[in-house]
Design a protein around this ligand. Sequence first.
Ligand code: IPE
Ligand code: IPE
Ligand code: MG
Length: 241
Amino acid sequence: MALPELDRKRLPHHIAIIMDGNGRWAQKHGLSRAAGHEAGMKSVKAIIRACRELGSIEVLTLYAFSTENWRRSKTEVGTLFRLLSKYVALELDNLHKEEVRITAMGRLDDLPSRAQEDLRHAVELTASNKAMTVNVALNYGAHAELADAARAVARDAKLGMLEPESIDESCFSRYLYLPDLPDPDLLIRTGGEMRLSNFMLWQLSYAELVFSRVLWPDFRKRHLYLAIAEFQSRKRRFGGR
Ligand code: IPE
Ligand code: IPE
Ligand code: MG
């Protein structure tokens, strides 16, 4: 099937994706949830490549593990972090060659130590790459991010480094996890659910939201292009006329 035509001059700068539907994909195919997550890694690879090819996408943020996902079984949580390490081992060299910078956001100190080490290595190795940023949200929750920011603001105010009167939107946003990334202009959620599940509540205020019924392990370049085409068909007003 042909890819939808995209206006290359109006691509989103920052695409954020809630990668959902691995479990349902596995069930549909009579496989274990672990197999669903494994299949989802193929989509991660395909979508990073597709964004990289488009050229002017600056940031791709992938929601990989939420602060609520600890509610899943120990086995499933273990599988998810093992897959993260496996992915880093298999793909890091390629990503580095492609000039991709890797960043991570979330309460990273609470991740299993192996995952922390692999992530730190990937982030350090690719820190000065300029072609595109792949940002992984891990043990991420927007409520946690906002609470962490508020705590840091209060600490600085108490130390006399910050006047309470000077705390405005732009000052506060400097305390979020990765303040130098532009806000997402396109949010895609796969898997058919229409909710944000505690994802980037501050940064998504004016993002265009696109919900796809395609389960994440089936999500490929064509579906990404459809979502971008939908984004390009929207009239963005930002509260103006
Ligand atoms: C998304 O797929 C992966 C993570 C949340 C880590 P799910 O595992 O949530 O898949 P469904 O929603 O059960 O189909
Ligand atoms: C959102 O998916 C989190 C990630 C994709 C990492 P969930 O499957 O955890 O969200 P809910 O439970 O359907 O809201
Ligand atoms: Mg889900």
